[in-house]
Write a protein that binds this ligand. Sequence first.
Ligand code: SAM
Length: 182
Amino acid sequence: MADFDIEVLRLGHRVGRDPRITTHLALVSRAMGAKGFILSGDKDNKLFSNIRSVNDRFGHGLDCRYESQPMKLLRGINKSSTSEKPIIVHLTMYGEPFKKVVPNIPKNRPVIVVVGGAKVPSELFSISDYNIAVGNQPHSEVAALALFLDSWTEGEGFNRQYFDPQLIISPSKTGKDVHEVN
Ligand code: SAM
């Protein structure tokens, strides 16, 4: 089973506007290889409890936490000099093409993938190791994250491990094949 050291940081979550899209970011993170999801902006306990419920039913695979000072966190990572220093990947339509850049990202270090919200601080461009575009047109952070994760994990993110699931889905040609554990 594949095991990746990837965290996804969502900047600037707004409870009034973003719950669905941020939940989808967390679900894509969980389904495509990330082990952590960091929420910043508004606190959102409902979002965390939705992800806990998915973890409980389909297996634990994503830890969620709230970060009140995401730029401070990123500055700290940027300044750190340990060999375990995460690589900061910022997804932005202004960046370089992901298909060209992703093969150059080292695979032997953790990765923190930063996804913007309403307004992205310009400092983010300089403290990120990579500013990566999934096409140079504005679209969806969920689509950008999914394509990046698929590319970085070379499709293996889907084969990540889940622990203690209550339900296991088997691929089926004809309908729902769901097995209940105990
Ligand atoms: N207006 C915002 C800004 O100041 O950059 C961008 C808002 S956009 C809907 C939200 C996030 O989606 C972006 O910060 C980025 O992470 C992601 N995104 C949107 N289009 C993208 C693209 N073509 N490539 C990579 N990421 C993209």
